[in-house]
Write a protein of this length. Structure first.
Length: 212
């Protein structure tokens, strides 16, 4: 049995985010996050639920329209009542309950998505310079990447909820999709208002946009 996926030519988020020659205006970043969240939410909505367990930028592929597709199901598994305690994934994006060898649910994907959100906001590598053990200890001790002060309040709150140490306090992916839908609508309205003020206006990149 195998999973056949479409070919995407733009590459993965792991290739796109660090490339400063690629302009990613705020609305585009929101749409990229939303399309990824929709894919993860679909997996979680299946009966039985599918847990990806290895969400990270290199497993999120971007097509020519900047839609993000969830890929690499090598660690994916069907959720069961007696969820096994298999350690898997990459520490930077791995939920603490997996590292501890505890029982876990689809909320481990929500944790990973919180880190991915941080990366899309900052275009930086989480836990840069830390080795495998160092990152694992940071995660277990509740240390998370610093969220920029100019990050929109609702995004900041959602990131913190997603990577909360307590899985029960993390939101569902459906709630994440709903928030991103709201923020995309707000971004569209803001850009329309700016276009009315200046016909030559171009969509601003993240740092400038959030300062408005």
């Amino acid at each position: 049995m195998c999973i056949v996926t479409e070919f995407v030519s733009t590459g993965s988020l792991a290739e796109i985010l660090p490339d400063t020659s690629i302009k990613l205006e705020w609305k585009r970043r929101l749409k990229m996050l939303r399309s990824a969240a929709v894919g993860i939410n679909y997996l979680h909505s299946l009966q039985p639920c599918i847990v990806h367990r290895d969400l990270k930028p290199s497993n999120l592929l971007v097509d020519e329209n900047w839609n993000v597709k969830v890929a690499d199901f090598g660690f994916a598994r069907i959720k069961q009542d007696n969820v096994t305690m298999t350690r898997c994934g990459t520490p930077c994006w791995t939920a603490p309950e997996i590292i501890r060898g505890q029982r876990y649910s689809e909320k481990v994907d929500v944790y990973s998505f919180g880190v991915v959100m941080w990366e899309v906001v900052t275009r930086k590598q989480p836990f840069a310079g830390r080795n495998f053990m160092g990152v694992s200890l940071d995660v277990l001790e509740g240390r998370r990447p610093v969220i920029p002060s100019d990050c929109p309040r609702e995004i900041k709150k959602m990131i913190r909820k997603c990577w909360h140490d307590d899985a029960d306090k993390r939101p569902t992916m459906e709630a994440v999709v709903d928030l991103l839908d709201d923020l995309i609508g707000e971004a569209s309205t803001a850009l329309e208002d700016e276009d009315d003020d200046d016909d030559d206006h171009e969509e601003e990149d993240y740092e400038d946009y959030t300062g408005v």
